[in-house]
Write a protein that binds this ligand. Structure first.
Ligand code: SAM
Length: 276
């Protein structure tokens, strides 16, 4: 996210009706050499020219119009406003992420969590990433923490990039990817750490995560929580489901990642698992 460059305003103020100049986006996201621009509907007739100017001033190859992320696979379908090639390599914290920025989510707001995961990972420990995406959270653990990782991703399209990223980061000796639904993953009592980087329905996967975890393992559990239920949630639900399945759990840590919707927060808790 940046602040509008005077040069963009200077060029477009000569071409756009006066009242629209103030609506030009002041914030955007850059992923590799692709720009994701939020555009107000009033700017629709000028969208291609606006995108062209942003591309030239900011030096990117493609500009997309920001839209919604949704569905089971958390995929997007952003409109291409300028350029055409939407596949790019984004480098963050020394990790290379190749992705299709028009279709695969990459949230700049989650950067703190990606950096935190790089720091908590320990050499040789086994991490099972149940919602791997393109390796958002688990690539940093393999690259910086030298952890062994099993990365599970259900979407065939996203999985392609996950596999490429393992290769691109040179961690094929310690990271394995599965293109399956994590509920079909057969491993039990194997993980030192389980990543649950998902939102809205993450609680449905708690019993599976508990089975994958070893006694004493840590689960990094993400979910979206209405503010009025915090701070009891999301741990309350996690603990209730764990007890129903015969596990004891302890919350070690809780962090807010970002605002998800009005009055709803994306939160992560670190939960220690005790098997009886
Ligand atoms: N964990 C990353 C993060 O927090 O930045 C990326 C998360 S992305 C929001 C969640 C990913 O989980 C998507 O790529 C989606 O396709 C995948 N997914 C959803 N349901 C799944 C399931 N049942 N089994 C495996 N992967 C699943």
């Amino acid at each position: 996210t940046q602040v509008i460059k005077p040069r963009i305003r200077e060029i477009l103020s000569r071409e756009l009706p006066y009242e629209l100049v103030g609506m030009l986006p002041k914030h955007w996201v850059q992923i590799g050499d692709v720009l994701i621009l939020p555009l107000r509907p009033e700017l629709e007739p000028y969208k291609h020219r606006i995108a062209e100017v942003y591309a030239q001033v900011l030096g990117v190859k493609t500009v997309l119009r920001k839209g919604r992320i949704g569905g089971e696979f958390r995929e997007t379908n952003y409109e291409v406003l300028y350029g055409g090639d939407t596949v790019t390599v984004h480098v963050e914290n020394g990790v290379k992420y190749k992705l299709d920025a028009a279709r695969v989510m990459f949230s700049p707001a989650n950067v703190k969590e990606r950096v935190r995961m790089a720091k908590v990972a320990r050499p040789g420990e086994l991490v099972v990433d149940m919602f791997a995406g393109i390796g958002h959270l688990s690539l940093p653990m393999a690259v910086h923490g030298r952890a062994r990782v099993i990365a599970i991703e259900k979407s065939p399209y996203t999985f392609r990039f996950l596999v490429e990223n393992i290769e691109l980061n040179g961690v094929w000796d310690r990271m394995t990817a599965y293109n399956i639904d994590n509920r079909d993953f057969p491993g039990e009592d194997i993980a030192d750490r389980v990543l649950m980087g998902y939102v809205v329905k993450t609680h449905e996967f708690i019993p599976k995560a508990l089975r994958i975890a070893k006694d004493g393992a840590l689960i990094h559990y993400h979910n979206t929580v209405p503010e009025r239920l915090m701070p009891e949630e999301p741990f309350g639900t996690f603990q209730r489901i764990a007890r129903e399945h015969g596990y004891e759990v302890e919350k070690l840590n809780e962090l807010v990642i970002k605002r998800y919707a009005p009055g709803v927060w994306h939160v992560v808790i670190d939960v220690k698992v005790f098997k009886r």
